[in-house]
Design a protein around this ligand. Structure first.
Ligand code: F6P
Length: 194
């Protein structure tokens, strides 16, 4: 069976400031991660004839795969970050002080809470359906570079996690999660590259 590799974009100028969403480019540390990721993939997949790299349409994922030149790349809008609507580009602290009701509503039901003019986790899970269908058709490894909420949803699907747990799954930065379907269920390995 083919493995799937999941990773978040390298650190961006948005993650340094703890911003929700946004479309900022990588920080110097994020740039280092993009090189380490290419080295890791070269080594881990050196005996594979084919593989593909799937990423979102945001700057930070595109920059994260810039050195992954050995395999074809596919951009998916369905892999874009959860849309935070009117809160896009704000910090969590700003949301908490300027829109306390929104902040509270999200903390009470993170799975179903939909940002005003944006999305909920349930919306993200639903828009990932075509990605999952396509993934299940693949005969070669796929490296997916996408955002925290998106990877929580994909990982939650493959690891068969209850929906309520999905918004809280830990997807650390600068780490590659390898997921493989085995006879005994899902096997996973985590590689912390930085
Ligand atoms: O911090 C990175 C990020 O991908 C944000 O862009 C996004 O809004 C957030 O994580 C999702 O995590 P949470 O649902 O815990 O706010």
């Amino acid at each position: 069976p083919r493995p799937i590799f999941l990773t978040r974009p390298g650190e961006s100028l948005g993650s340094v400031l703890n911003l929700v969403g946004g479309d900022k480019n990588l920080s110097a540390t994020g740039e280092i991660y993009s090189k380490l990721l290419a080295d890791f993939v070269n080594e881990r997949l050196k005996t594979e004839h084919t593989a593909s790299v799937w990423m979102s349409t945001l700057q930070r994922t595109i920059a994260t795969v810039q050195h992954l030149t050995q395999f074809p790349k596919v951009q998916w809008r369905a892999l874009d970050d959860i849309s935070a609507g009117i809160c896009d580009g704000m910090t969590y602290d700003e949301i908490k002080s300027k829109m306390p009701e929104e902040y509270k509503a999200r903390s009470l039901d993170k799975l179903r809470y939909r940002y005003p003019r944006g999305e909920s986790y349930l919306d993200v899970i639903q828009r990932l359906e075509p990605v999952i269908i396509e993934l299940e058709r693949q005969h070669s490894p796929v490296i997916i570079v996408a955002h925290q909420a998106v990877l929580r949803s994909l990982y939650g699907y493959f690891a068969d996690k209850p929906l309520e747990q999905i918004p809280y799954i830990e997807i650390p930065m600068h780490t590659v999660i390898e997921v493989q379907m085995g006879v005994a269920g899902v096997e996973e390995k985590r590689y912390k590259l930085l």
